[in-house]
Design a protein around this ligand. Structure first.
Ligand code: AMP
Length: 540
């Protein structure tokens, strides 16, 4: 028997129409190269509709890819909705990718038009001749100063918009492509993930769940996480959907500038990767942060020391979330379940340092990589984390690597190694390729580096496995010391004794100026491995 409910497509148009009708006076504040600018959702929605006309007048075909090369801003948000709500596909380009990868991505996605912030134009200009399908380049003036490239016809965003009339949205299929994003994988070419209207709609609702990030109308949300990286964790969509004020930092990305935005705009939900929050904390000292409600953080493991430092200084721990480009990305959030709330403080800190239970709508399991058998949720058995749900990818765009990344029963193989606690909390132990395999046993590089980063003199630490004649691999730690502090290998090892098993102690600790980072601000183990490729561990 069928139900008697209306079968209405889940389309992103609905979010814009709500913002127009219910929350037109709420604000979107954007950082620019020179200051901040502000517009209302009402103004934003009208400009978004004009942008639809612009795409029509540029004869961007249905389903064509509309690429952005841009900071987080209201203009970027206009593109976020004008492309999918006109039957085209938004393609956010990562501004920090290597040139060859950008060329690969633009050509693989067959982008038709690129919208670029003027302050980023200098990065794109040298690559323009390598783009095979791009017909238009539209520059968005954000206070940056780069000159237009020579010999290429360049359009101006504001001029196009001021000549356009607001248009009706296209009413398409809920399973039509809305946006695409390439993984920032450190090996091989990036892989394309295509989100649908439906998947983005449902993912947005999950971000609004109280047991997730719980974005609501009264929030002021500041996605520091880039809009080109995994949909800014759904927070830009959540802003439009609820009418929460949005603060989009643009190029104002220094720790001091971010702290100013948090304080001056009375941000309630700022979200970013751990390296961002490491830098911002000292800048918030002694300032009015009373508006803050929660600080979502993910993209890589949140060191317990970082989360607890926020708790001590601001009375507010970091809220850890786990996800991937392939999972839209929010898949689990480390909320504290009610039956666990009375645990001793150090156990609560451990919970906060976990990746938390799956959000409603996502299923997670851990699996033996060899046999494919599902493993128990006992808090100690490690296996590959796999995910399923309506906003989890089922394949990659035009890519024969899809077969390796999905199981025969359709689950995403995340490449993360995790344990599950009996209460359903995920603890990411490592990436499958980053665990240190010492004498057949696994050492978690993530746990080890988190313990090192708990040392007060340590700013950053990353652990990799280096070849060892007896054990196969042994842990090797690269450590960045805080300014004006000192630290020796012996002190690090002494600090770790008792915190980790003895056989986990790194064979060597070296001190370097900076841990190499990926295009999205995570520690780049690949670059660190390259840096120490010829390094030989001490023999005893
Ligand atoms: P990306 O697709 O660039 O967002 O990268 C996804 C990967 O980042 C995941 O597979 C994890 O390895 C890592 N990651 C994301 N969030 C977390 C987290 N909270 N803790 C540990 N690793 C994380």
């Amino acid at each position: 028997m069928q139900g008697t409910m209306q079968d209405r497509p889940l389309r992103l148009n609905h979010f814009v129409e709500r913002a127009e009708r219910y929350t037109p006076s709420k604000l979107i504040v954007s950082g620019t190269a020179t200051g901040v600018e502000q517009r209302t959702y009402g103004e934003w929605a009208e400009r978004t509709r004009k942008l639809v006309s612009v795409l029509d007048s540029l004869e961007v075909p249905p389903e064509a890819r509309v690429a952005t090369f841009a900071w987080n801003s209201a203009r970027h948000l206009e593109l976020y909705f004008a492309a999918p709500c006109s039957g085209r596909v938004l393609h956010t380009l990562n501004i920090r990718l290597f040139p060859e990868q950008l060329t690969y991505i633009v050509n693989h996605a067959e982008d038709d038009v690129i919208f670029v912030d003027r302050s980023l134009l200098g990065l794109l200009t040298p690559l323009l001749p390598s783009f095979r399908t791009v017909r238009h380049l539209v520059v968005m003036d954000d206070g940056g100063e780069a000159p237009n490239p020579e010999g290429v016809s360049v359009l101006n965003y504001e001029e196009l918009l001021s000549a356009a009339e607001p248009a009706e949205f296209f009413l398409g299929d809920e399973n039509a492509a809305a946006a695409m994003c390439y993984t920032s994988g450190t090996t091989g070419n990036p892989k394309g993930v295509i989100y649908t209207h439906r998947s983005t709609y449902l993912h947005t609702l999950s971000v609004l769940q109280a047991d997730s990030i719980g974005v609501c109308e009264s929030d002021t949300v500041m996605p520091v996480v880039p809009m080109f990286h995994a949909n800014a964790w759904g927070l830009a969509h959540a802003g439009v959907a609820t009418g929460a004020n949005l603060v989009l930092p643009g190029p104002r990305m220094t720790p001091a500038a971010l702290a100013d935005l948090i304080v001056e705009q009375r941000v309630t939900v700022p979200a970013g990767v751990p390296t961002i929050w490491m830098g911002v904390l000292p800048e918030l000292k002694g300032r009015d942060t009373s508006a803050l409600r929660t600080i979502p953080c993910g993209g890589s493991a949140v060191p317990k020391a970082l989360s607890e430092a926020y708790r001590e200084q601001l009375g507010l721990p970091i809220l850890q979330a786990w996800g991937m480009t392939e999972t839209s990305p929010i898949a689990s959030v480390a909320i504290t379940r009610s039956w666990l709330a009375d645990l001793p403080e150090d156990e609560l800190a451990d919970l906060r340092a976990s990746q938390g239970p799956a959000v409603l709508g996502v299923e997670l399991r851990i699996v033996d990589q060899e046999t494919g058998a599902e493993l128990p949720w006992d808090g100690s058995t490690r296996g590959e984390l796999q995910a399923a749900g309506p906003w989890i990818a089922s394949g990659y765009y035009n890519d024969d690597r899809s077969a390796d990344s999905f199981t025969p029963d359709g689950w995403l193989r995340t490449g993360d190694v995790a344990v599950m606690t009996p209460d359903g909390y995920v603890r990411i132990v490592d990436r499958t390729k980053d665990v240190v395999k010492s004498g057949g046993e696994w050492i978690s590089s993530v746990e080890l580096e988190n313990e090192i980063m708990a040392h007060p003199a340590v700013a950053e630490a990353a652990v990799i496995g280096l070849p060892h004649p007896k054990w196969g691999e042994r842990p090797f730690a690269a450590v960045v010391i805080r300014p004006e502090m000192t630290l020796t290998q012996a002190e690090v090892l002494e600090f770790l004794s008792g915190r980790v098993a003895n056989w986990w102690l790194p064979d060597e600790v070296v001190f370097i100026d900076e841990i190499p980072k990926t295009s999205v601000g995570k520690f780049s183990k690949k670059d660190l491995r390259d840096q120490f490729a010829d390094h030989v561990l001490p023999s005893d």
